[in-house]
Design a protein around this ligand. Structure first.
Ligand code: MG
Length: 256
């Protein structure tokens, strides 16, 4: 009977504890539901979807001053790519090397425009090859993929070596094309087992010329030929010199 009483006591305490927990949880939920949502911050958009909104970091606006202020080669040399202020674009100077932005970012929305050389020269990976690397680690391939076959995860719009684009939305060589990228970096998360940390994959959603080519595509490791590899954390935007005179313009980033 003594034991019975103790069991009853324990049972009562447990029930009381559970009940008060449930009540508190429900109160907390009510409080959450009752809290009014805060009004979103006002951001003046650009005149078109391609123009930088008011809160964007403009990394290249088509001027030499902008190139000098926001870009360099990874070894510290001033950027040698060739600016055409009339056309408000820059052209890769083949052999000069890739460029990194001064600004570093984590998760971000990135807008960039490019045009592959015309008339088209070379084929496969040798035709209009460059690349836009988030955090200098994860490449969205730039290539002339207009009537130019190559392997699927190396064609224009591929997250290089990880995911082919969902469709080929390429314009012909010489035509301006756009990438709009929503980038979430991989992160380290604690686990209960061994090893104590594991990598939560990053994701990219990418529009090529307004067409969805990656829908929350997951990736963990850096892509081939990335500048930064092992570590994590903020990194610059990196534009690849792959020996072809690809042009770029209108580059802006919104940190998320
Ligand atoms: Mg490339």
């Amino acid at each position: 009977m003594k034991h019975g009483n103790r069991h009853l006591q324990r049972y009562t305490v447990t029930v009381l504890a559970c009940t008060s927990f449930l009540i508190m949880a429900s109160l907390a939920q009510d409080a959450q539901e009752a809290a009014p949502p805060t009004l979103p911050q006002i951001v003046a958009p650009g005149t078109t979807a391609a123009h930088p909104p008011a809160d964007a970091d403009i990394l290249f606006d088509g001027t030499s001053a902008s190139l000098a202020a926001h870009w360099s080669h990874p070894d510290g040399r001033p950027a040698e790519w060739v600016v055409d202020e009339q056309a408000r674009c820059m052209t890769i100077k083949p052999g000069s090397g890739s460029l990194i932005s001064v600004e570093q970012f984590g998760d971000a929305q990135i807008h960039i425009e490019f045009a592959t050389p015309t008339p088209a020269q070379g084929q496969g990976q040798g035709r209009g090859n460059s690349g836009v690397y988030m955090q200098a680690r994860y490449e969205v391939q730039v290539l002339d993929s207009y009537e130019n076959e190559t392997y699927p995860d190396g064609q224009c719009g591929a997250i290089y070596g990880h995911h082919p684009p969902l469709v080929n939305a390429s314009r012909p060589p010489g035509h301006w094309q756009t990438y709009d990228i929503i980038f979430h970096a991989p992160t380290l998360v604690e686990t209960s087992g061994e090893p104590p940390m594991s990598v939560l994959p990053g994701t990219m959603t990418v529009f090529h010329n307004g067409v969805l080519i990656h829908d929350h595509a997951e990736f963990k490791g850096s892509t081939t030929a990335s500048l930064m590899k092992e570590d994590m954390g903020p990194g610059p935007l990196y534009l690849q010199d792959h020996g072809n005179g690809v042009r770029y313009r209108n580059i802006w980033v919104r940190e998320l």
